[in-house]
Ligand binder design. Structure first.
Ligand code: BG6
Length: 500
């Protein structure tokens, strides 16, 4: 049988033409262009054109200059001046007024010119814009027959996809009038992270974990997405989104669905997406009283991060002085199916936390009888810790005998670290997702029904917290692990956050 050796060429993209709406914006400068540059440097993309689109006036040269500066600042890999200049030659810019029909005519002509070497017309439209602008753009593209009629056209949409279930459903219906579902790539960049994908490998490429992966053996699951960053220069966006729409509806829920879903019948996109949807459907809905009891929101006050004083959220540039937008969420969820009956899934996420850490802890049940450790703090439960950031690791924690006559248990770890084991260049989340979109692989993108179900889970929480009258939003100190009330969530059930 052939060996499963990694083959770089499987990633080689066909010629393509990428149109980026919001081409001079923050996301393009920080993530998209650096990712495309890295793919180019790694020779994974060779024949392509990038047409950046925006309201601001730039000539091609002026745009390339702007991007040269951005790439020097944000590309986090080593490159030569020659490589940078070679890449910049693939960049083009055009002003668009997304409300003006003539703009789309000009765009159409320019696209045809740029795509002249791309015989299959692999057109990718990246919409790094708000959902409202996205609708306008889709209308404009449709008028010029740049949607379904272009059989190799794809549309890539940034999150958040809509603001709630209703708006997401409306946006889906709108897009699907002009594109087929297989042309739509809804991004959640967490799905592009190697270690997030590794959750599925760990579970389904091994036989030793799956028999334990259920309520009989697992006491609880703890998911932490902690950031040290504050709101940065995204005040306008964040004031509208808050932590629920920015992180919980998407990144946290995706992590829950990968940890908890049933094995798919195959690795094709829809097999995996079907299982995720099935799992999300079985998340237990909560009443208003349960939401208030089982979840916590909070906002950061001033504090110290990595030895530097940082302001309170309400003192950040562009934030209302009396803003009640939450930057922290902790909550407890249950999944009503045979596998997970009674197992609490604790999640927490926040900006300006003590540490940057994205981690999933699977805490196992204690042995039925406590033979050891009665005289000290007791036996610590076994835990499997999947660290997604800042390092990429898997740790299995178990008790061993501490040397000596006392029969004292001691917790040790077996540890796997990606960087130590694999010395290959790994792709960042955005690089992986861009490559997948070019290769027409939809596995790591969110399907229409999935995105709507995700909102249907989160909408009730947002409603309860947004509409709570006379509510004093708890504050937590920047640089801390969040408000102390969040600990109560677990303490009531007799658990502790494994990661502090
Ligand atoms: C984005 C959010 O989706 O994820 C940001 O909009 C957040 O607010 C970011 O900072 C975190 O991503 P990562 O990959 O750094 O964990």
């Amino acid at each position: 049988m052939a060996q499963c050796a990694a083959n770089k060429n499987t990633f080689l993209a066909k010629p393509f033409t990428l149109l980026i709406f919001g081409g001079s914006g923050d996301l393009s400068q920080r993530k998209l262009l650096p990712s495309l540059f890295h793919l180019f440097q790694q020779k994974l993309i060779k024949r392509f054109s990038i047409l950046a689109l925006g309201r601001r006036e730039f000539s091609d040269d002026a745009y390339r200059k702007l991007m040269k500066k951005a790439l020097r600042e944000f590309a986090d890999f080593k490159f030569t001046a020659q490589e940078l200049n070679d890449f910049l030659r693939f960049l083009h810019y055009q002003v668009v007024d997304i409300n003006n029909a003539d703009s789309y005519k000009a765009l159409c002509e320019r696209t045809t010119l740029l795509a002249k070497n791309d015989k299959e017309r692999n057109l990718l439209y990246y919409l790094a814009v708000s959902p409202k602008s996205a609708e306008q753009i889709i209308k404009g593209l449709a008028k010029r027959s740049l949607c379904r009629q272009e059989k190799n056209a794809k549309i890539i949409m940034e999150k958040p996809f809509g603001r709630d279930e209703k708006s997401a459903a409306r946006l889906n219906a709108f897009i699907l009038q002009e594109f087929d579902e297989h042309q739509v790539y809804r991004i959640d960049h967490y799905l592009g992270k190697e270690t997030v994908q590794n959750i599925l490998f760990l579970r389904f490429a091994n036989t030793i974990f799956e028999p334990l992966w259920n309520h009989e053996h697992i006491a609880n699951v703890q998911i932490t997405v902690a950031e040290q960053l504050g709101v940065e220069n995204r005040a306008q966006f964040y004031e509208q989104a808050g932590v629920m729409r920015d992180i919980v509806q998407n990144h946290i829920m995706q992590l829950i669905s990968l940890v908890a879903m049933e094995p798919p019948v195959g690795f094709a996109a829809d097999y995996i997406r079907d299982e995720k949807v099935k799992l999300l459907r079985s998340l237990r809905p909560m009443t208003r009283a349960e939401i208030i009891k089982n979840s916590v929101i909070a906002q950061y006050s001033g504090g110290v991060i990595a030895g530097k004083k940082v302001p309170a959220y309400r003192r950040e540039h562009g934030i209302a002085r009396d803003s009640t937008v939450p930057t922290y969420f902790a909550g407890k969820f249950y999944i009503d199916n045979w596998r997970w009956e009674g197992v609490p899934f604790y999640v927490r996420t926040g900006k300006r936390m003590a540490q940057r850490a994205t981690e999933i802890v699977i805490e196992f049940k204690q042995p039925p009888q406590q033979l050891f450790g009665k005289e000290c703090a007791g036996l610590k439960p076994n835990a499997l810790i999947l660290t997604i950031q800042p390092t990429e690791e898997i740790k299995l924690c178990f008790s061993v005998k501490y040397p000596g006559p006392e029969n004292r248990p001691h917790v040790e770890k077996m540890q796997f670290n990606y960087q130590d084991v694999f010395h290959t260049v790994s792709l960042s989340a955005y690089e992986r997702l861009l490559i997948d979109a070019m290769r027409s692989d939809l596995t790591l993108f969110t399907r229409a029904d999935e995105v709507e179900i995700l909102w249907s889970i989160i909408d009730p929480l947002i409603k309860v917290w947004e509409r709570r009258r006379n509510y004093q939003l708890p504050q937590y100190k920047a640089g801390s692990w969040g408000p102390s009330v969040a600990d109560l969530l677990l303490e009531r059930d007799g658990f502790k956050w494994q990661i502090r």
